[in-house]
Design a protein around this ligand. Structure first.
Ligand code: AMP
Length: 395
């Protein structure tokens, strides 16, 4: 089965073409476009490129297209990307304005450009479908909850990859197998000892997720990607009382407050230097106290959420770092893991310094719980889920 994974940003389009079968997968091609204004044109150009490069001889050979959709109103899971799916995205465009409109448009466009291909959407919220209701509920009046305000969770494809891969690394093929079939069969009971993993996706956008026997039991992000840890330009968690107070005191409109909370907050807002952690480290070296505060706030928030999920799961068997910061930033990894020996986590700084943008173990030989770096591979999760979905769905 040839599966094209389409990654649609507000001004970008990236793709990866996989050949999938029961025994595994192969990446046949990848490419992308920046500063996109006309999606129809770049999608057709990508399909033409795949033919001129000799990867496929006709666009009809592409069996399926997979979309990593963010969140839909009253819809989650791994679903056929049809009109219902597009409407669910559009109904929540205001909650994820950078993500939902490009996916709604992209799905429509692919339906025209590849009429024979099956279109499949894997929602970022899907991994959180089994989070207990009490943890997904905000203490709001029923009317607010009835319009869909609850904790959803994001980065689902990334955390699911960590769930599968960490189980494999720990020799728990039973959990890896059960996690693999999550969107087709739901969580399966595990007969062996419980496996408790906390996954830290730390990048331009960050979240921490607790994973029990391969299933997410909670996450730092909530209703929108605006919540949880301080993000690159987004505030992360904020007391709801702060918004009306700031609007009244600073004399700013709701639109302006939203702009500042999404564009001028997070690491950028606190450091006043940059939204990129590398620039923040450089500024700290020059003695910038605001940059130091941005970094320590991020570390504090990561530890807060790791602790929350380890406690809720009754312990931790593996702590995993992934995404741009998690895979590269050894200083943050060290700070997150310091002083946790009593909880069974013994950190090995030599291993930490040696591990950059590759899979590796950071815990020492005498550590009861493991600490891993697992490079993110969201496209692979997508390709696998599209393949699993279509292998289970009759035409
Ligand atoms: P992502 O969203 O996963 O692509 O991660 C992007 C972020 O990762 C950037 O904003 C950087 O802050 C961080 N990052 C990327 N490369 C490095 C690196 N070599 N060292 C530290 N941080 C990095």
């Amino acid at each position: 089965m040839l599966v094209l994974i389409a990654n649609l940003g507000s001004t970008s389009f990236k793709y990866r073409l996989y050949r999938m079968d029961q025994s595994g997968q192969e990446v046949l091609a990848k490419g992308g476009f920046e500063r996109v204004s006309d999606y129809a044109a770049v999608i057709d150009e990508a399909l033409a490129n795949l033919q001129t490069e000799g990867v496929i001889s006709s666009a009809d050979e592409i069996d399926a297209v997979g979309f990593k959709t963010v969140l839909g109103k009253d819809l989650s899971g791994c679903v056929i990307a049809d009109d219902i799916c597009v409407k669910a995205l559009e109904d929540f465009s205001a909650v994820a304005p950078a993500h939902n409109p490009p996916y709604a448009n992209g799905i429509r466009q692919f339906a025209k450009s590849l009429p024979k291909a099956r279109l499949v959407a894997l929602f970022e919220t899907a991994f959180y479908q089994w989070v207990p209701e009490e943890r997904a509920t905000y203490a709001l009046p029923k009317s607010w909850r009835d319009i869909g305000i609850r904790r959803y969770g994001f980065h689902g494809a990334s955390h699911k990859f960590v769930a599968e891969r960490s189980a494999e690394l720990l020799g728990r093929d039973d959990v890896a197998l059960s996690t693999a079939s999550l969107y087709q069969n739901g969580p399966a009971p595990i007969s062996g000892k419980a496996l408790r993993v906390v996954s830290c996706h730390l990048g331009g956008s960050s979240s921490v997720t607790g994973i029990y026997n391969g299933v997410a039991i909670g996450t730092s992000m909530g209703f929108s990607p605006q919540s949880g840890l301080p993000q690159n330009n987004r505030v992360g968690d904020l007391d709801s009382g702060a918004l009306p107070y700031a609007m009244k005191t600073l004399g700013i409109s709701l639109e302006e407050a939203e702009r500042q909370l999404t564009k001028e907050s997070g690491l950028q807002g606190v450091s006043g230097v940059s939204n990129d952690i590398r620039d923040i480290h450089a500024a700290i070296k020059e003695g910038n106290a605001d940059a130091a505060l941005a970094l320590s706030s991020l570390i504090d928030s990561i530890r807060h959420w790791v602790g929350a999920f380890a406690w809720q799961m009754g312990g931790i068997d593996a702590l995993v770092f992934t995404a741009g910061i998690g895979e590269n930033d050894h200083a943050i990894r060290k700070a997150v893991c310091e002083g946790l020996e009593e909880f069974g986590l013994v950190f090995d700084q030599e291993r930490n310094l040696a591990c950059r943008a590759v899979e590796g173990e950071l815990s020492s030989a005498n550590s009861k719980a493991k600490i891993f770096v697992i490079p993110a591979n969201e496209e692979l999760v997508l390709a696998r889920e599209v393949f699993r979905k279509l292998s289970h769905t009759k035409n």
